[in-house]
Write a protein of this length. Structure first.
Length: 241
Protein backbone atom coordinates (compact mmCIF):
# COMPACT_ATOMS: atom_id res chain seq x y z
CA UNK A 1 0.00 0.00 0.00
CA UNK A 2 1.36 3.41 -0.95
CA UNK A 3 2.24 5.68 1.93
CA UNK A 4 0.31 8.92 2.18
CA UNK A 5 0.88 11.93 4.40
CA UNK A 6 -0.86 14.88 5.98
CA UNK A 7 0.39 18.41 5.28
CA UNK A 8 -0.35 20.93 8.02
CA UNK A 9 0.33 24.65 7.56
CA UNK A 10 1.70 26.38 10.64
CA UNK A 11 1.60 30.19 10.50
CA UNK A 12 4.39 31.64 12.62
CA UNK A 13 3.96 35.30 11.80
CA UNK A 14 3.04 37.85 9.18
CA UNK A 15 4.78 40.38 6.97
CA UNK A 16 3.40 43.52 5.35
CA UNK A 17 3.72 43.55 1.59
CA UNK A 18 2.53 45.38 -1.48
CA UNK A 19 0.49 43.17 -3.81
CA UNK A 20 2.94 43.70 -6.65
CA UNK A 21 5.66 41.90 -4.70
CA UNK A 22 3.85 38.62 -5.26
CA UNK A 23 1.76 39.23 -8.36
CA UNK A 24 3.63 40.26 -11.51
CA UNK A 25 2.55 43.72 -12.78
CA UNK A 26 -0.68 43.49 -10.79
CA UNK A 27 -2.13 44.71 -7.46
CA UNK A 28 0.44 47.49 -6.95
CA UNK A 29 -0.64 49.76 -4.12
CA UNK A 30 -2.82 47.08 -2.53
CA UNK A 31 -1.00 46.38 0.70
CA UNK A 32 -1.72 43.91 3.46
CA UNK A 33 -0.44 41.14 5.71
CA UNK A 34 0.95 37.90 4.32
CA UNK A 35 1.56 34.78 6.45
CA UNK A 36 5.01 33.46 7.28
CA UNK A 37 4.31 29.75 6.97
CA UNK A 38 6.07 26.47 7.57
CA UNK A 39 4.54 23.15 6.62
CA UNK A 40 4.56 20.09 8.87
CA UNK A 41 4.40 16.79 6.99
CA UNK A 42 2.95 14.04 9.16
CA UNK A 43 3.06 10.32 8.47
CA UNK A 44 6.76 9.79 7.72
CA UNK A 45 9.23 7.89 9.87
CA UNK A 46 10.48 11.26 11.14
CA UNK A 47 9.01 14.73 11.58
CA UNK A 48 9.42 16.74 8.34
CA UNK A 49 9.19 20.48 7.85
CA UNK A 50 9.01 22.34 4.58
CA UNK A 51 10.60 25.73 5.34
CA UNK A 52 10.95 27.01 8.89
CA UNK A 53 10.04 30.69 8.83
CA UNK A 54 11.89 32.99 11.18
CA UNK A 55 11.41 35.41 14.08
CA UNK A 56 10.00 38.81 13.11
CA UNK A 57 12.64 40.65 15.14
CA UNK A 58 15.29 39.49 12.67
CA UNK A 59 13.42 40.47 9.51
CA UNK A 60 14.39 44.19 9.50
CA UNK A 61 18.01 43.17 8.85
CA UNK A 62 16.87 41.90 5.47
CA UNK A 63 13.84 44.04 4.61
CA UNK A 64 12.43 47.12 6.41
CA UNK A 65 8.78 46.16 5.89
CA UNK A 66 6.71 45.59 9.08
CA UNK A 67 6.62 42.06 10.48
CA UNK A 68 4.95 40.49 13.52
CA UNK A 69 5.18 37.14 15.27
CA UNK A 70 2.05 35.09 15.88
CA UNK A 71 3.71 32.15 17.64
CA UNK A 72 7.32 31.20 18.21
CA UNK A 73 8.91 28.32 16.33
CA UNK A 74 9.37 26.42 19.59
CA UNK A 75 5.79 26.88 20.77
CA UNK A 76 4.40 25.94 17.38
CA UNK A 77 6.33 22.68 17.45
CA UNK A 78 5.42 22.05 21.08
CA UNK A 79 1.75 22.21 20.09
CA UNK A 80 2.52 19.21 17.82
CA UNK A 81 4.38 17.40 20.59
CA UNK A 82 7.77 18.22 19.05
CA UNK A 83 11.00 20.05 19.84
CA UNK A 84 13.32 21.62 17.26
CA UNK A 85 15.85 18.84 17.85
CA UNK A 86 13.19 16.23 16.95
CA UNK A 87 12.93 17.39 13.34
CA UNK A 88 14.52 14.82 11.05
CA UNK A 89 14.25 16.59 7.71
CA UNK A 90 13.83 20.18 6.58
CA UNK A 91 13.06 20.78 2.90
CA UNK A 92 13.90 24.32 1.87
CA UNK A 93 11.74 25.60 -0.97
CA UNK A 94 14.32 28.40 -1.33
CA UNK A 95 16.62 30.33 0.98
CA UNK A 96 15.00 33.75 1.36
CA UNK A 97 15.26 34.90 4.96
CA UNK A 98 11.56 34.57 5.82
CA UNK A 99 11.62 30.90 4.85
CA UNK A 100 14.73 29.65 6.65
CA UNK A 101 15.93 31.65 9.66
CA UNK A 102 14.68 29.09 12.19
CA UNK A 103 16.54 26.25 10.49
CA UNK A 104 19.60 26.69 12.74
CA UNK A 105 17.48 25.35 15.60
CA UNK A 106 16.89 22.01 13.83
CA UNK A 107 20.25 20.66 14.91
CA UNK A 108 19.55 17.01 14.03
CA UNK A 109 17.82 17.51 10.70
CA UNK A 110 18.88 16.83 7.16
CA UNK A 111 18.59 20.17 5.37
CA UNK A 112 17.74 19.71 1.71
CA UNK A 113 17.92 22.45 -0.93
CA UNK A 114 18.52 22.69 -4.66
CA UNK A 115 22.20 23.10 -5.54
CA UNK A 116 21.37 26.10 -7.74
CA UNK A 117 19.76 27.82 -4.76
CA UNK A 118 22.62 27.18 -2.35
CA UNK A 119 25.19 28.35 -4.89
CA UNK A 120 23.24 31.57 -5.45
CA UNK A 121 22.62 32.15 -1.73
CA UNK A 122 26.33 31.94 -0.96
CA UNK A 123 27.07 34.74 -3.42
CA UNK A 124 23.79 36.38 -4.47
CA UNK A 125 23.41 39.01 -7.16
CA UNK A 126 23.25 42.52 -5.65
CA UNK A 127 19.59 42.83 -6.67
CA UNK A 128 18.69 40.00 -4.29
CA UNK A 129 21.52 40.01 -1.74
CA UNK A 130 19.36 41.58 0.98
CA UNK A 131 17.05 38.55 0.92
CA UNK A 132 19.72 36.00 1.87
CA UNK A 133 21.76 35.13 4.95
CA UNK A 134 25.01 34.32 3.18
CA UNK A 135 26.70 33.22 6.41
CA UNK A 136 23.99 30.63 6.99
CA UNK A 137 24.28 29.43 3.41
CA UNK A 138 28.01 28.91 3.80
CA UNK A 139 28.07 27.42 7.29
CA UNK A 140 25.13 25.04 7.62
CA UNK A 141 25.48 21.44 6.39
CA UNK A 142 22.96 21.65 3.58
CA UNK A 143 22.40 18.57 1.45
CA UNK A 144 21.91 19.54 -2.18
CA UNK A 145 19.84 17.95 -4.90
CA UNK A 146 19.67 18.82 -8.59
CA UNK A 147 16.44 18.89 -10.53
CA UNK A 148 13.35 16.80 -9.83
CA UNK A 149 13.93 14.23 -7.09
CA UNK A 150 11.70 11.77 -5.24
CA UNK A 151 13.14 12.39 -1.80
CA UNK A 152 10.93 9.86 -0.04
CA UNK A 153 8.19 7.61 -1.32
CA UNK A 154 5.30 9.97 -1.99
CA UNK A 155 7.32 13.16 -1.48
CA UNK A 156 8.84 14.65 -4.62
CA UNK A 157 10.80 17.85 -5.20
CA UNK A 158 10.26 19.78 -8.43
CA UNK A 159 12.89 22.34 -9.40
CA UNK A 160 11.20 25.18 -11.28
CA UNK A 161 13.39 28.23 -10.64
CA UNK A 162 11.93 31.56 -11.68
CA UNK A 163 11.32 33.12 -8.28
CA UNK A 164 14.90 32.27 -7.30
CA UNK A 165 17.45 30.15 -9.19
CA UNK A 166 16.70 27.12 -7.02
CA UNK A 167 13.04 27.51 -6.11
CA UNK A 168 11.45 24.10 -5.72
CA UNK A 169 7.91 22.93 -5.16
CA UNK A 170 7.19 19.99 -2.86
CA UNK A 171 4.60 17.47 -4.03
CA UNK A 172 3.15 15.29 -1.26
CA UNK A 173 0.84 12.31 -1.64
CA UNK A 174 -2.13 12.72 0.72
CA UNK A 175 -5.44 10.93 1.20
CA UNK A 176 -7.10 13.83 -0.63
CA UNK A 177 -4.74 13.66 -3.63
CA UNK A 178 -1.45 15.29 -4.54
CA UNK A 179 -0.80 18.42 -2.50
CA UNK A 180 1.85 20.77 -3.87
CA UNK A 181 3.57 23.39 -1.72
CA UNK A 182 4.32 26.04 -4.31
CA UNK A 183 7.84 26.90 -3.17
CA UNK A 184 7.57 30.34 -4.73
CA UNK A 185 6.28 33.39 -2.89
CA UNK A 186 2.70 33.11 -4.10
CA UNK A 187 -0.90 33.47 -2.99
CA UNK A 188 -4.00 31.86 -4.45
CA UNK A 189 -4.28 34.87 -6.78
CA UNK A 190 -1.22 33.66 -8.72
CA UNK A 191 -3.08 30.48 -9.62
CA UNK A 192 -6.56 31.93 -9.94
CA UNK A 193 -6.41 35.68 -10.73
CA UNK A 194 -9.64 37.66 -10.36
CA UNK A 195 -11.36 38.15 -13.69
CA UNK A 196 -10.88 41.59 -15.18
CA UNK A 197 -7.84 42.35 -13.03
CA UNK A 198 -4.95 40.27 -14.36
CA UNK A 199 -3.51 40.71 -17.83
CA UNK A 200 -2.63 36.99 -18.12
CA UNK A 201 -4.48 33.75 -17.23
CA UNK A 202 -2.06 33.15 -14.36
CA UNK A 203 0.35 35.47 -12.53
CA UNK A 204 4.10 35.02 -12.20
CA UNK A 205 5.81 36.00 -8.96
CA UNK A 206 6.35 39.71 -8.51
CA UNK A 207 9.87 39.02 -7.23
CA UNK A 208 11.78 36.83 -9.67
CA UNK A 209 15.07 36.14 -11.40
CA UNK A 210 13.18 34.99 -14.50
CA UNK A 211 9.52 35.98 -14.97
CA UNK A 212 8.92 33.46 -17.76
CA UNK A 213 10.24 30.57 -15.66
CA UNK A 214 8.09 31.81 -12.80
CA UNK A 215 5.00 31.85 -14.99
CA UNK A 216 5.69 28.39 -16.39
CA UNK A 217 6.15 27.08 -12.85
CA UNK A 218 2.68 28.34 -11.95
CA UNK A 219 1.30 26.56 -15.04
CA UNK A 220 3.00 23.28 -14.14
CA UNK A 221 2.01 23.35 -10.48
CA UNK A 222 -1.61 24.02 -11.37
CA UNK A 223 -1.61 21.11 -13.81
CA UNK A 224 -0.04 18.61 -11.40
CA UNK A 225 -1.73 19.49 -8.11
CA UNK A 226 -5.01 18.27 -6.71
CA UNK A 227 -4.42 20.68 -3.82
CA UNK A 228 -2.33 23.84 -4.30
CA UNK A 229 -0.63 25.22 -1.18
CA UNK A 230 0.76 28.70 -1.91
CA UNK A 231 3.49 29.73 0.53
CA UNK A 232 1.98 33.10 1.44
CA UNK A 233 -1.72 32.41 0.92
CA UNK A 234 -3.65 35.11 2.78
CA UNK A 235 -6.44 32.61 3.47
CA UNK A 236 -4.16 31.04 6.08
CA UNK A 237 -4.43 34.24 8.12
CA UNK A 238 -8.15 34.58 7.49
CA UNK A 239 -8.69 31.12 8.93
CA UNK A 240 -7.06 32.20 12.17
CA UNK A 241 -9.53 35.01 12.87
Amino acid sequence: MERSYEVKPIVLGKIWRDGGALHYLTFYGQQGWLPVTMWYIKGADMPILVDTGGPAKEFPKYNPMPAEDIISFEKALAAEGLRPEDIGLVICTHLHYDHVLNIRKCINARMVVQKAELDFAQCPHPLFAHLYDTTMAKELPFETVEGDVELLAGIKLHHFGGHTPGSQAVAVRTHQGQAVISGMCTTQKNFDPPKGVAHTPLLACGIHVDPIQSYEAIVKIKSMADIILPNHDTRLLEGMK
